[in-house]
Design a protein around this ligand. Structure first.
Ligand SMILES: NC(=O)c1ccc[n+]([C@@H]2O[C@H](COP(=O)([O-])OP(=O)(O)OC[C@H]3O[C@@H](n4cnc5c(N)ncnc54)[C@H](O)[C@@H]3O)[C@@H](O)[C@H]2O)c1
Length: 316
């Protein structure tokens, strides 16, 4: 008798577990359908941009190019801008421009690849400006040559600036984001963070690393729903007209246009303000990446040969 009761109980438990699993699957299907529809809807009607007025935005690499434009444009939107660059002269020019426009900006000379420098400058920022609420890791270098021509020192330098600098600034500012439940991290990767490119092997791997860093952080912060108010945006620009890519090779400029730094900064800020996690500049590169990702490898290679896009070797 006891054996029969035990059997019935175990069958009932199993049935109960199956019902729970079925309900879970139904919920998953319902959730993903709604989110899918919302995502498609957002392609045509993007979510409204949040305000950055009053935010303290720290940007690295503000002396030139995309970083300079980001500083100017964030300031025009009412943010207090903290500008870090290893080149003090150029950085001061950016600060001067912001102040002439009536904005609020603070400039600091900082080698972001140097952990001690980042720590000391961050303390100064805390004392003189306050806690940063938006961190934009933008500074980067792009030596362009075949893999075996890169010296070991150069490879290390690429990783120190393009990757480790992100770690040092994040270690300074993420704790206050977590403590206040408010903050946004923007990382400038590259289209090279999506696809390997000849003459840019260390650069590509550094930009892939940024994607890993940001995706890992997103997962860690949202785990258990703990820090979902902290937002992360990774940027993947194609060629921007800053002089970084000195010899771009583009077969179809209509399909792969070179973007101005001003337009790139505009797209970065727009994506950040809408809390997008991934932003390509131009936007269509995102869909192109998805398209090439589903192609068989051999077809993908023929397609890439047809597009013939890349960078040729240059000296600096
Ligand atoms: N320009 C492009 O075509 C392109 C394309 C994709 C991604 N990106 C990325 O965008 C970011 C900005 O590129 P850009 O074209 O504006 O470059 P840029 O060379 O025009 O400006 C980079 C700025 O960073 C500063 N910098 C360099 N090393 C530094 C360090 N150790 N510490 C502090 N500041 C430092 C430089 O002084 C300079 O002011 C980079 O991460 C780059 O990889 C650029």
């Amino acid at each position: 008798m006891a054996g029969i009761v035990e059997q019935i109980l175990s069958l009932a438990t199993m049935a109960y577990q199956y019902v729970l699993l079925l309900l879970d699957i139904c919920r998953l299907i319902f959730q993903t359908t709604i989110l899918y529809i919302t995502a498609i809807w957002h392609i045509f009607k993007p979510p409204p941009p949040k305000s950055v007025s009053g935010e303290i935005v720290l940007i690295t690499g503000t002396g030139h190019g995309i970083g300079r434009e980001l500083a100017l444009q964030y300031s025009r939107l009412g943010a207090k801008v903290v500008c870090l660059d290893i080149n003090e002269v150029n950085n001061n020019k950016t600060i001067g421009e912001i102040k002439r426009e009536g904005g609020a900006a603070w400039g600091y000379k900082c080698d972001v690849s140097n952990r001690e420098d980042v720590r000391a400058v961050s303390q100064k920022v805390r004392d003189e400006v306050g806690d940063v609420t938006v961190l934009v890791n933008n500074a980067g270098i792009m030596p362009c040559k075949p893999f075996l021509k890169h010296t070991p020192d150069e490879i290390e330098r690429i990783f120190k600036i393009n990757v480790f600098a992100h770690y040092w600034t994040l270690r300074e500012w993420l704790p206050s984001f977590i403590a206040s439940g408010h903050g946004h991290v923007v990382a400038v990767s590259s289209i090279c963070g999506f696809m390997g490119t000849a003459n840019l092997v260390p650069y590509c791997s550094s930009k892939f690393a940024i994607r890993g860093l940001m995706e890992g952080l997103v997962e860690e912060m949202r785990y258990g729903g703990r820090n979902t108010n902290i937002k992360f945006t990774t940027i993947h620009p194609f060629t921007i007209d800053t002089g970084l890519a000195q010899k771009p090779r583009i077969r179809f400029p209509v399909l792969n246009p070179i973007t101005t730094p001003a337009h790139c900064a505009e797209a970065i800020i727009d994506g950040m303000r809408r809390d997008y996690e991934t932003v390509c500049v131009p936007t269509r590169d995102y869909y192109l990446h998805i398209f090439t990702g589903i192609l068989p490898n051999s077809v993908r290679k023929v397609f890439l040969d047809f597009m013939d896009t890349g960078v040729d070797e240059h000296d600096t």
